[in-house]
Design a protein around this ligand. Structure first.
Ligand SMILES: [Zn+2]
Length: 241
């Protein structure tokens, strides 16, 4: 039985390699997911910036309409001014024109300021959009690199599985059956070491009878809690009470 246990321990270490490889593969895919999420967030910021830019544009268009309105009013007053014969009416209209001119100059200043603001907003949006474009290029490169990595990992997984299956074939019928059964039914860990009287997989304290069975090395011993095949490297045991 001792050789069988040794093979089982080696098999478990191969299975651990497999678990690690599969986990690496998952991590690599997570990198893509994380990056995509970041790009998505930036895209949303761009969208918001575009919305802001558009509403700013509408506000400015309205201001420009106001300006045109005042200008046409002033033009109309000026035509009227030429037709007035009465002094009093003339100066009243003149001062009315003066007020409109003042309004016009205020709106002109506002439009100029808004133009600057709009320019700034446009630059901001363009910068963000370029950033997203760069990220999309990076994402494509990252995806390619990760796909290559995953292919390499898959090849390695195939090699390790072949190595494991070859070794499984060297087992006797009973240990083979239990190993294959446990590998499938657990998280890929079929064999667990007992250290300080505890199964190192589920940390259940084994019974003195289990310790005796392990010491005698005559049969396969299973954890009474998690069901895995147990082994013990350190035989200087203090029996559990
Ligand atoms: Zn256990």
């Amino acid at each position: 039985m001792i050789e069988q246990i040794e093979v089982l321990i080696r098999l478990q270490s191969i299975s651990n390699e497999l678990i690690k490889l599969k986990r690496n593969k998952e991590y690599r895919y997570n990198d893509i997911t994380d990056f995509k999420k970041k790009v998505k967030e930036k895209e949303m910021v761009v969208e918001e910036g575009e919305k802001r830019f558009k509403s700013f544009q509408v506000k400015m268009d309205n201001k420009e309409l106001d300006l045109k309105g005042i200008e046409s009013e002033i033009d109309k007053f000026k035509v009227q001014l030429n037709q007035i014969k009465n002094n009093k009416e003339y100066s009243a209209l003149k001062s009315e024109i003066g007020l409109k001119e003042a309004d016009k100059s205020v709106i002109e200043d506002e439009v100029l300021k808004m133009m600057d603001g709009l320019e700034e907003e446009r630059n901001k949006v363009n910068e963000l959009r370029n950033d997203v474009k760069q990220d999309e290029i990076k994402l494509a490169q990252l995806t390619k690199a990760i796909e290559d990595d995953v292919k390499r990992i898959d090849d390695e997984i195939k090699t390790v599985i072949a190595r494991r299956d070859g070794l499984v074939e060297t087992l006797e019928k009973d240990p083979k059956h239990h190993f294959q059964r446990l590998i499938k039914s657990t998280d890929g860990v079929a064999v667990a070491e007992v250290v300080n009287n505890a199964c190192q997989r589920c940390f259940f304290t084994v019974t003195p009878q289990t310790i005796n069975q392990l010491l005698s090395e005559k049969e396969l011993v299973f954890c009474l809690s998690c069901g895995r095949i147990l082994y013990m490297n350190n035989k200087d045991v203090v029996f559990p009470k």
